[in-house]
Design a protein around this ligand. Structure first.
Ligand code: NDP
Length: 485
């Protein structure tokens, strides 16, 4: 196990692995056992400097290539990722603790989709021609330069690829800092990009905690920062980027609502609520953790939900029969246990779960609270664990108003058979990524991101191109220039 998970070196810079043991050691803990499986070292200022210098050097040549040639590298990387899906998925499982049943379909596969999609778009990133009578103007879509990506720990391969793919397609280079909790997968992505033909320095990975992130953001060579993380971190990163007017994409936290009306197909609604709360042991930013259920179907919903949760198979994440893994870290399980205790203390009804599983590692039972009121802590704060809060409501207006009573706005979902209501409710919900009779789908073709405190900008789809490029406008006069004197 140790042999497979210990990377060649801590960082990947200028097309090769790079070690600098002067950096603070970062233990990599396998969440299913609590055992250290690798050690990496935080980037020293010398490593960060080397990564940024390499990225700046690589970027100017890369930007000069025809988009189609850039795209070819990304598409080749997507192919390699797919060929090595199992190997990458096992590594993702070691990095995060998520069950292999999930990582085989949701992580490297999603990263490959992003590389393939943006690889395909790279040849058609054009400006426009603007006729102005005799004169005319045109626009050129230009890269930003060196972009910094900073990742959270829940989807280390996917997050790195969702940032790298559009960035590189547009002609930028990237320095990526994974979460210190999950440092392994991004290194493999860097290795694969090199193998696919990416020039040295185009995609670099440096390890470290918040200080490494801050050092990257504040460097004048950096043109853009894309963060996936919590709102408090988002505030700091946004503020640091503002000092030099750097571009930002902020994919932050949420406390998203899922509204289930009495006319909904209840089995589908229960499936949606499960996907919205327990996939990846609840460690998903877009989760619909506030489940609003119309009063008349509340009992039926809770009965079916509890019954379905008997299908949870908690166990060795490498066993493909396991469908529920541990929390990512000792710290995260403690945070979530704290919220569960608060829920009980503030009077919510614990329907099921709420305890640590009696086994090694950071396993927490899927937990459902009912009779939750809007003022409770578990109704207001992002928990980032397998904890569903169920609220009941009388009518649509009330449900929408309460759903919107949050500072967040990442996602929202509605289950109903009434087509007009579905669109009316989605229209009224303040969220960036919404679902009708479904939850948590994230195809690369669909823009993903939040409003309000949940973020700025969009990942995926053509929308991401706007966030990794800028327009140059050129006015072309065809006749003489008339000046007043
Ligand atoms: P954090 O905000 O704690 O960390 C995110 C990343 O930012 C990490 O790499 C972290 O480094 C780094 N970081 C921390 N402080 C700074 C700083 N001052 N300057 C620069 N970088 C810094 O989030 P978590 O990793 O705990 O992830 C969970 C959060 O991420 C949740 O709120 C969740 O909702 C959100 N998230 C959002 C998603 C979205 O797309 N909207 C998707 C997934 C998660 P380190 O941790 O190594 O110290």
């Amino acid at each position: 196990m140790t042999q497979d998970t210990q990377p060649v070196a801590s960082h990947y810079v200028d097309g090769a692995y790079l070690e600098d043991t002067d950096g603070t050691p970062i233990p990599v803990i396998y969440a299913a056992t609590g055992v250290r499986i690798a050690t990496v070292h935080a980037a020293t200022p010398a490593v960060i400097d080397k990564a940024l210098a390499a990225a700046a050097r690589a970027q100017s040549d890369w930007a000069r290539l025809p988009g189609r040639e850039r795209g070819r590298v990304l598409i080749r990387a997507a192919q390699i990722l797919r060929e090595r899906n199992r190997e990458m998925s096992v590594l993702e499982t070691f990095d995060t603790g998520k069950p292999l049943q999930e990582t085989l379909v949701a992580d490297a596969a999603s990263a490959a989709d992003a590389l393939e999609y943006f690889g395909g778009l790279a040849g058609s990133l054009t400006g426009e021609h603007i006729p102005l009578g005799g004169d005319w103007a045109y626009t050129m879509r230009e890269p930003l330069g060196v972009c910094v990506g900073i990742g959270a720990w829940n989807y280390p391969t996917q997050i790195a690829a969702w940032k790298a793919a559009p960035a590189l397609a547009c002609g930028n280079a990237m320095v990526f800092k994974p979460s210190e909790v999950t440092p392994l997968c991004a290194l493999k992505l860097a290795e694969i990009l090199t193998e696919a033909g990416a020039p040295a320095g185009l995609f670099n990975v440096v390890q470290g905690a918040g200080e490494a992130g801050q050092a990257l953001i504040s460097d004048p060579r950096v043109a853009k920062v894309s963060l996936t993380g919590s709102v408090p971190t988002g505030r700091k990163v946004y503020a640091a980027a503002a000092a030099d007017m750097k571009h930002v994409t902020m994919e932050l936290g949420g406390k998203s609502p899922l509204l289930i009306f009495e006319d909904a197909d209840l089995d589908n609604a229960v499936s949606g609520a499960i996907l919205a709360n327990f996939y990846s042991s609840g460690q998903i930013c877009s989760n619909g953790t506030r489940v609003f259920i119309q009063k008349s179907v509340k009992q039926a919903f809770l009965a079916r939900l509890t019954d379905r949760l008997k299908g949870v198979v908690m166990g060795d994440p490498l066993d493909e029969a396991t469908n529920f893994g541990p929390m990512v870290s000792a710290r995260q399980i403690e945070i979530v246990e704290g919220y569960i205790a608060k829920g009980v203390e503030e009077g919510a009804r614990l329907v099921t779960g709420g305890r640590r599983a009696d086994r090694e590692g950071f396993f927490l039972e899927p937990t459902v609270f009912a009779d939750v009121t809007d003022d409770m802590t578990i109704a207001r704060e992002e928990i980032f664990g397998p904890v569903m809060a169920v609220f009941d409501f009388e009518d649509e207006d009330e449900a929408v108003a309460r759903a919107n009573a949050t500072e967040f706005g990442l996602s929202a979902g509605v289950f109903t058979r009434d087509i007009s209501r579905a669109h009316r409710v989605i229209g009224a919900l303040k969220a960036g990524t919404c679902f009708i009779n479904s939850y948590n789908d994230a195809p690369v073709e669909m823009p993903f991101g939040g409003v309000r405190m949940s973020g700025v900008g969009r990942e995926n789809a053509k929308a991401a191109i706007e966030h990794y490029s800028q327009l140059k406008s050129v006015y072309v006069r065809m006749g003489d220039v008339e000046a007043p004197y």
